[in-house]
Design a protein around this ligand. Structure first.
Ligand code: ZN
Length: 288
């Protein structure tokens, strides 16, 4: 675990196993705010030990879940008895996929995990006025995705709404997603913290992610300067959108995105797995 001080009262705890993940802690006047809880009790206990050692523990804790994906909530149970704040759609996600995901990604578990949904829900926001802390709904990466803004320090924590190089699209909510990213820019944050990137001291990545979401929504993403990493994420996003539109019965949109997925594969080096995938997509398009 790596610890980085951000501003005068923020700490970013970064874990690298099984992959990079940030947990953001704010040493408030009356509360210690814990933004996301990581891969299980071990993630949280390492942080609690650090806070104790450095005399920055000032209970009561207020826990915030940026969204209900497992890597952001598996340490919730350690804070049983504390307020665990999240958007009102969050408990449904726990109920719908909590157990299944726990099984599927069990090897990512660090220490103990007892699925514990949030117990204090908001629709738009919860503000701790005298602490200068705001938790608010900012849908994008998921429908319940929410953010934390420290007004005193101008530090914005965005969960997985921002990712390098591209965000992952999971829902047909691109307009909403773009609105959330535009809102971020109006905050004029000095520091931006996301779930899986380095701490950012400028808002470039917000702008780049916004540009990408706008382009993909309008259906004209230029792939000219894409690295293989860009292309890989973009392919997944395009295919996901095609499938989502198919589920919604929006045929022409679905075909459009399946065709782009096919184009990307046609430009790739021909390997048996790629040929196979191309054949699958051609069959889906035929049937549509
Ligand atoms: Zn995540």
């Amino acid at each position: 675990m790596n610890v980085q001080k951000v501003g005068s009262r923020g700490y970013v705890f970064t874990f690298e196993d099984p992959y990079k993940l940030n947990i953001y802690v704010i040493d408030g006047d009356k509360h210690t705010f814990i933004c996301d809880t990581g891969f299980g009790s071990d993630s949280v206990n390492q942080i609690l030990d650090y806070l104790k050692e450095h005399s920055i523990q000032s209970e009561p804790f207020v826990v915030f879940n940026s969204h209900a994906d497992y890597d952001h909530v598996w340490g919730n149970h350690v804070f049983e008895g504390s307020d665990i704040i999240a958007h009102e759609l969050s408990p449904e996600v726990f109920q719908r996929e909590g157990e299944e995901i726990l099984e599927k990604y069990g090897e990512h578990k660090k220490g103990e995990v007892i699925l514990t949904p949030p117990n204090k829900l908001f629709k738009d926001k919860i503000v701790f006025e005298d602490e200068g802390i705001e938790f608010y709904h900012s849908p994008g990466h998921t429908l319940e995705s929410s953010s934390c803004f420290d007004h005193r320090e101008k530090i914005l924590f965005v969960g997985d709404n921002i990712e390098s190089p591209f965000p992952y699209i999971n829902f047909l909510n691109l307009k909403e997603y773009a609105t959330s990213l535009r809102e971020y820019l109006t905050r004029n944050a000095d520091i931006v913290i996301s779930g899986h990137d380095e701490v950012m001291y400028e808002d470039n990545l917000i702008r780049e992610n916004l540009h990408y979401i706008e382009e993909i929504e309008s259906g004209k993403v230029s792939r000219n300067n894409f690295t293989p990493k860009h292309l890989g994420i973009h392919f997944n996003n395009v295919k996901r959108l095609a499938e989502l539109y198919k589920e919604e019965g929006e045929k022409s949109q679905s075909i459009r995105f399946f065709q782009e997925a096919l184009e990307i594969l046609e430009e790739a080096e021909r390997k048996p797995a790629i040929e196979e995938e191309m054949e699958k997509i051609r069959k889906i398009i035929e049937k549509l």
